[in-house]
Design a protein around this ligand. Structure first.
Ligand SMILES: *Cc1c(COP(=O)(O)O)cnc(C)c1O
Length: 402
């Protein structure tokens, strides 16, 4: 048996003493009889058995092994073991998208009559999913201010089963104190799920801070190169077994091709996150000094109201910078339209820097009052800093800052 051969799901124990960087390139590697060095892409919908008895043993779970790619595939398993190792979780289930990870978690763990507490400012589709679809099946959600711990406590009901947060928030980079909210969830007998999309395990480890589940849109930094959709849930074996059973039955499964792309993306995750965060900090500091700027929101700046929490909870401020421009919406649009290089798109987590005007795009469909309540001014812009030179990004922004 090769040193790197490992069982499909959950056997990360033997590699967990290794450092993050080692796990990122080696955890979960499964080798075929050919001894390939780089991980294989298994594009197959099903797997064959040697005889009827083996098929029966696989199907009833008596024997480990591959069956059908809706729920077992070696490439997907490699991704699951590697991501579980990076988050410090016992198990991981990969899904077709980040939203599918949220869907699978809720369908697997909640039932009609249960209650969710969620931090305000969640990803738009997550809010819609809770408000429109979980509500339709009798699961109510109370939204609380991300930073206000007494609000979380006051929202607890006997039926509260899940506390769902995202930190830092989009686009204003508000931080949720994961350890403090975990204590509130534990007292309430509820699970805490943290959407770790913005930081990734390279910068933040929610399970170590007391979260029960980590949710990922692998579409963002885990791939990191804007190529494929994917998602994942990480946590302990008991909870993940439930999520796996739902995935096996309902099928929001990831394509092995996408899993392979994301698996290879994980190898450079820490290096990318560090480089993109360092550029984001340099750009945030530069923006703060520009006369055309009203305010900069970046957890890595001492001016951020939760800078102290950011230093405790995250390895760096991350790669998302939000800022308000003088001159309202016109001023903000002037900056967007003045750029020649930056990509004008609402996506994030790419090697290419993206710029967005949240007020007329991601948050354009909510009422002006709701936007104001969320703190999203017409003058606000969001930058998701990529891997280009920070000097070139600043120069591109300077065009429209006048
Ligand atoms: C993009 C995103 C999602 C949804 O992920 P998809 O892969 O697009 O389904 C969930 N949460 C956050 C924070 C996101 O940015």
């Amino acid at each position: 048996m090769s040193k790197e051969e490992s069982a499909p799901l959950g056997r990360v124990e033997e590699v967990t003493p290794l450092d993050f960087d080692t796990l990122a390139v080696r955890a979960g590697t499964l080798r075929s009889q050919y001894g390939e060095h780089s991980e294989s892409l298994y594009l197959t919908s099903s797997f064959v058995f040697n005889n009827a008895a083996e098929a029966a043993r696989r199907f009833c779970g008596e024997e480990d092994g591959m069956i059908y790619s809706r729920f077992t595939n070696p490439t997907v398993d490699m991704l699951q073991v590697r991501l579980a190792a990076l988050e410090g979780g016992e198990a991981c289930v990969a899904t077709s998208t980040g939203m599918a990870a949220i869907l699978a978690t809720c369908m697997a763990l909640l039932k009609s009559g249960d209650h969710i507490i969620a931090s305000r400012g969640l990803f738009g589709s997550t809010q819609t999913f809770f408000n429109a679809y979980m509500a339709k099946f009798g699961v109510e959600t109370t939204f609380v201010s991300a930073t206000d711990l007494p609000e979380y406590e006051a929202a607890v009901r006997p039926t509260t089963k899940l506390v769902f947060v995202e930190t830092p928030s989009n686009p204003l980079t508000q931080l949720v104190d994961i350890a403090a909210v975990s204590a509130i969830a534990k007292k309430a007998g509820a699970w805490l799920a943290v959407d770790n999309c913005f930081c990734t395990p390279a910068l933040q480890k929610p399970l170590e801070l007391g979260a029960d589940l980590v949710i990922h849109s692998a579409t963002k930094y885990l791939d990191g190169q804007g190529r494929v959709l994917g998602g994942a849930v990480v946590g302990n074996k008991v909870l993940l077994d439930e999520v796996f059973k739902f995935l096996r039955t309902a099928g929001p499964s990831i394509s092995p091709f996408n899993a392979w792309v994301i698996l290879k993306g994980l190898e450079t995750l820490r290096i990318r996150m560090e480089a993109q965060s360092a550029s984001a900090l340099a750009i945030a500091q530069w923006l703060e000094a520009q006369p055309g700027i009203e305010r900069v929101y970046y957890p890595g700046l001492p001016s951020h109201p939760q800078h102290e929490l950011a230093l405790r909870q995250q390895k760096s401020g991350g790669a998302i910078v939000a800022f308000e421009v003088k001159g309202g919406k016109d001023g903000a649009w002037r900056v967007v339209d003045g750029t020649r290089m930056l990509s004008i798109t609402a996506n994030l987590g790419d090697t290419r820097t993206t710029i967005t005007h949240p007020g007329t795009t991601t948050h354009g469909r909510i009422s002006a009052d709701a936007r104001a309540a969320a703190g999203i001014k017409d003058s606000l812009l969001r930058l998701a800093v990529g891997l280009e030179s920070a000097e070139d990004i600043k120069a591109d922004l300077a065009n429209g800052l006048g």
